[in-house]
Each structure stands twice: as structure tokens, then as C-alpha cells.
Write a protein that binds this ligand. Structure first.
Ligand code: 0X9
Ligand code: CA
Ligand code: ZN
Length: 366
């Protein structure tokens, strides 16, 4: 009798386990929404976006893309003229001494309010110029349309705190290189002489850093120990000024969603980059990602489906800080030379950016 019960229990357990394994992975996040339909997708008035077409500021004084100095001047004067909703501070300095400018947009901008925080970044890679241009355009649009009651800008700015770091890698932007411009002294910094220049900042974050040593043949494409490589990870995690500054920033804020802009490929990517396993919050990533795709028509995928990465911002941001971190690969080429093409990219991502701010409000409500 005892034994029979035990056997039945075992069989029952096996059946439960079997069906359990057939179900999609459970959603562990309490942030999951009951239904994405709760959010009515708002777009800004097309006419407003078209008006910006006439702005001389979209075309930088020296050409299509802003130089670091032009961006600095531009952002500083916008912050002076809109000091109620815009501030600019430096979160650190590059090897060559450039400030890492962080823009904040919110009502009562000088106060820390209990509002959801969203982070936007551009130009981890200095030779991917459209990635900071979309953010300069976005900032310009927000300050111009904040007062306009017919747009949803005011609602977003009054209810969220937007942090925008348009150039993560200004030294790379000025040199037009993917990596930053700090000198390397051999793969682990052991040599006396400079052996090469630059670290791939999007491989310098500390997530599963040691996996490379456990299984080099698996990760050799994801990053590199060789300092000459374009995907060189650096001698140690967060050894670069730029990633160190971002680390300190993240640790002292409560970012809910981040968008990291890159070029190119017309892709929206979510973690993980280091493994084929889906993230626990896959359904949240997919529902946010699908809505982003509605605004830019890009393809949604898990990062590793493009190719594997080890130590990128998104894996660290999600893995260590629970941030819903996305990479957006803009356009079909690394740097478009067509002003119309660039402008279209800038316009469609105003809506993408505003959407994630609205979505962040729903995520925090839970
Ligand atoms: O390699 C990168 O850092 C990003 N692509 S880029 O062409 N802009 O260099 C992609 C990072 C996204 N993550 C994964 N693909 N895993
Ligand atoms: Ca505020
Ligand atoms: Zn990139």
C-alpha cells in the first residue's frame, strides 16, 4: 500500500516534469505586463518631425555629422536655453582628455525625482557616426516640442528621467575608429612599449569575463585577447575610462530600459550575446522589441543570432543590473553619406525613444 502510493507519486511527478518541460520558460520577472495592449502606441505628429527638416542644426556646421566640439557646443547652448528641462554633466574623461557628456531631460531636471529612468547611448564605436546623430536630433526635438501641447513630449518628460550619452567614445569618433584611442602594452599590459591602440569598449564590460579562458574555442569570435584585434577586450574588465564612467553611472542610478545605438544592419537586439539560451525575461524583451520594430521596421533578434559577443554592454546591464537593454543597429551601411537617409533614421527613432519611455512607466508600476 505504502509502496503503491510512492510509485503513483513518482509517475505523477514524471508526467508533471514532462509537461513542464514542454511549456515555454517561465517568466520570472514581476515586471511583466498583463497585456501589451494596455499601451496605446503614440507617435509624434509627423508635421513636427518634418519641421525639423528645415533646421540648420540637423546638418552639422562642418558637414553631415557633428564633430565632438560641435556637439559639445550645441548641447551646452541647448542646456543653457532650456535649463528647466535639460542639463548636461560630464561623467568622466577619455584618454585624450575629452569629457563624456551626459544629458538629462526631465521636468525639475535638477532634482532626483521618483520617476523611471531610461538610458540612451551612442558611439560605443567611433566609426558608427549615425549612432550619435540620432540622439542629438532627439534632444533637439524634445526641447523644441516640450511646450507643444499637441505632442506627447510633455507627458514623457514630466513622467520620466531620460539620460542620454550620445558619444560613449569621443576619441574614437574624432579618429574615426571603432576602438578608443588609449595605448595598449601587449595583451595583458605586460609589455614596456606601446604595441597597439585601442580597446573595443563593447567588449570591456565585466560579464562572464572568465568564460573565455574556460572555452577559448567557443568564444574566439566573441571577443579577442589580442590587442591588435578590432574586438580586443582590454587587459581587464572595465579597464577603460569610458566603461568605468558608465559603470559608476549605472551603479548610482535606477535605469529600467537602455538603448545602445550602433550601425548597421537594421536590427533590434536583446540579450544574450554570449549564449544561445534565452533570457528569463524573453517575453518582455520580445514585446518591447516588437513595438520598437513597428516604428523602425527593423528585425528583432537575440544578440547571438547576429554573432556571439562576450562583455558587451547589454549582457552586463541585464545580467548584473536587470536593465532591459537593447542594441539598435541603424541603417544599411556603417556611415551613410545621404542626408535624407540620415534624417529618416533620426525621425523614426524619435518615436522609438519616446515609446520606450512610455513603456518604462508601465514596467515600474508593477
Ligand atoms: O559587435 C558589436 O559590438 C555590435 N555590432 S557592431 O557591428 N556595431 O559592432 C553588436 C552587439 C550586439 N550583440 C551581439 N551581436 N551579440
Ligand atoms: Ca522629473
Ligand atoms: Zn557598433
Amino acid at each position: 500500500m505504502q509502496k503503491g502510493l510512492w510509485t503513483k507519486g513518482l509517475i505523477f511527478g514524471i508526467i508533471i516534469l514532462f509537461f513542464g518541460a514542454c511549456l515555454p520558460s517561465p517568466i520570472t520577472s514581476s515586471l511583466r505586463l498583463s497585456s501589451e495592449k494596455d499601451l496605446d502606441l503614440k507617435t509624434v505628429n509627423k508635421q513636427h518631425l518634418n519641421d525639423i527638416q528645415n533646421y540648420s542644426s540637423i546638418i552639422a556646421p562642418s558637414g553631415l555629422y557633428h564633430t565632438y566640439d560641435e556637439m559639445t557646443q550645441n548641447l551646452q547652448s541647448l542646456a543653457t536655453n532650456h535649463s528647466d528641462i535639460m542639463s548636461i554633466t560630464s561623467i568622466g574623461k577619455t584618454y585624450e582628455g575629452r569629457e563624456l557628456w551626459m544629458v538629462k531631460l526631465s521636468d525639475n531636471v535638477n532634482q532626483e525625482e521618483n520617476e523611471p529612468q531610461i538610458l540612451f547611448m551612442g558611439a560605443h564605436h567611433g566609426n558608427e557616426k549615425p549612432s550619435y546623430e540620432v540622439l542629438i536630433f532627439f534632444i533637439q526635438f524634445i526641447v523644441d516640442y516640450y511646450e507643444n501641447k499637441t505632442s506627447n513630449v510633455q507627458e514623457v518628460i514630466n513622467n520620466t528621467e531620460l539620460y542620454i550619452l550620445p558619444m560613449v567614445n569621443p576619441d574614437g569618433v574624432e579618429a574615426n575608429t571603432r576602438k578608443n584611442c588609449a595605448p595598449n602594452y601587449g595583451p595583458f599590459g605586460l609589455q614596456k612599449k606601446v604595441t597597439s591602440i585601442g580597446v573595443d569598449l563593447n567588449r570591456n564590460y565585466n560579464y562572464k569575463w572568465f568564460y573565455y579562458f574556460l572555452n577559448p574555442s567557443r568564444y574566439y569570435r566573441a571577443t579577442s585577447l589580442s590587442d591588435r584585434s578590432n574586438v580586443y577586450r582590454g587587459e581587464s574588465p572595465f579597464c577603460e575610462n569610458e566603461t568605468q564612467a558608465i559603470k559608476s553611472f549605472i551603479e548610482t542610478h535606477r535605469i529600467i530600459i537602455s538603448l545602445s545605438y550602433h550601425t548597421s544592419g537594421e536590427l533590434v537586439l536583446y540579450p544574450w550575446g554570449y549564449t544561445q539560451n534565452p533570457p528569463n525575461d524573453k517575453l518582455v524583451f520580445v514585446s518591447i522589441g516588437e513595438n520598437i520594430s513597428k516604428f523602425n521596421n527593423y528585425t528583432l533578434a537575440q544578440g547571438i543570432e547576429l554573432y556571439p559577443t562576450l562583455g558587451d554592454f547589454d549582457d552586463w546591464g541585464y545580467g548584473d543590473h536587470g536593465i532591459f537593454s537593447f542594441t539598435i543597429e541603424l541603417g544599411t551601411e556603417q556611415v551613410t553619406s545621404d542626408p535624407q537617409d540620415l534624417l529618416e533614421m533620426c525621425k523614426s527613432h524619435v518615436n522609438v525613444n519616446l515609446y520606450v519611455c512610455q513603456r518604462a512607466q508601465l514596467l515600474e508600476k508593477k
